[in-house]
Design a binder for this molecule. Structure first.
Ligand SMILES: [Zn+2]
Length: 295
């Protein structure tokens, strides 16, 4: 199951209890669904738990049932529809809208006044019009709606709740989205998915650990390369001194470390120093001397 689906499963565990919250949750669903118009309502989802929740939600909120949608289509989609004008009028009325008037759809804040209802409203909006990317891949959570005006009103609603989404549009849909893991965690916690919010947090910690480890490995690699290169240069110098017959003229101290270097072609400086009972800087000094003479 995708991370998004996991979030929706967690959200669907919330009870359908208070009527005010049921109305608010339906509002979130309807403002982000495929079709919410006086001529008909159409909600499409692939999520089984959400499909199971929807009819209960609408019954609790409006005492209204769907005309279709209980069974999934062959492609696994649940398509909930209401076309009965009387049912639609009841729903519009609950939001203070007139299905027969020429009122443009907008976010009626009085429906989502209570704090409990605000959470329910956002839960509905996410269940129907939301998605979130697996935090192991990247951080992205979005809410989409086909109504530009609703997107703008939802935007200021989120601002009032201390969220600061970004806005864009895609294929005729308005998109509000979050790119920061902190905001995604907060949003998921707020709407009732604290376990998934924790998942985002864990993914972030893991990512940071992995990055630090990579950085350290790269650093180790760089050090190893440096050691190997330095040792190679030293061996070249020693060979040159031997070929030119200069080696024998070196002081015993220099000869000693040169011989050890040839025996241990890739050992780090610290290792050579230890074997000769020298400090690292003393060993370095002698090797540097050998390079100088060779030059
Ligand atoms: Zn409520």
């Amino acid at each position: 199951m995708s991370f998004s689906a996991n979030v929706k499963t967690e959200l669907c565990k919330a009870n359908v209890s208070r009527r005010c919250c049921a109305v608010a949750e339906c509002y979130g669903v309807l403002l982000t669904c495929n079709r919410f118009a006086p001529s008909g309502i159409r909600i499409v989802t692939e999520h089984a738990d959400f499909a199971e929740r929807l009819p209960r939600l609408f019954r609790r909120a409006f005492d209204v049932s769907f005309d279709s949608g209980a069974e999934p289509t062959t492609s696994g989609k649940y398509i909930f529809e209401i076309s009965d004008p009387q049912k639609i009028a009841i729903i519009y009325d609950a939001f203070g809208l007139d299905a027969y008037g020429n009122v443009m759809l907008h976010l009626n804040r009085s429906v989502v006044e209570n704090e409990c209802c605000q959470v329910a409203f956002l839960r509905g909006a996410f269940l129907c019009g939301g998605s979130v990317t697996d935090p192991e891949k990247r951080y992205h959570l979005e809410l989409t709606t086909t109504h530009t005006k609703i997107a703008a009103e939802l935007y200021s609603f989120l601002l009032d709740m201390d969220f600061s989404p970004k806005e864009t549009s895609r294929a005729g849909e308005s998109v509000l989205y979050f790119k920061h893991s902190d905001q995604i965690e907060d949003f998921l916690t707020t709407i009732g998915a604290p376990v998934c919010a924790m998942g985002v947090m864990e993914a972030k910690v893991e990512k940071t650990l992995r990055n630090n480890m990579n950085r350290r490995c790269n650093c180790d690699d760089a050090n190893t390369t440096k050691t190997v290169n330095a040792a190679y240069e030293q061996r070249l110098a020693i060979r040159k001194l031997k070929e030119n017959g200069v080696f024998e003229t070196l002081s015993p101290k220099l000869q000693e470390i040169a011989i050890l270097r040839e025996e241990e072609p890739e050992a780090p400086l610290s290792e050579l120093a230890k074997r000769l009972g020298l400090t690292k800087s003393a060993a370095q000094h002698r090797l540097k001397k050998i390079l100088e003479v060779a030059q």
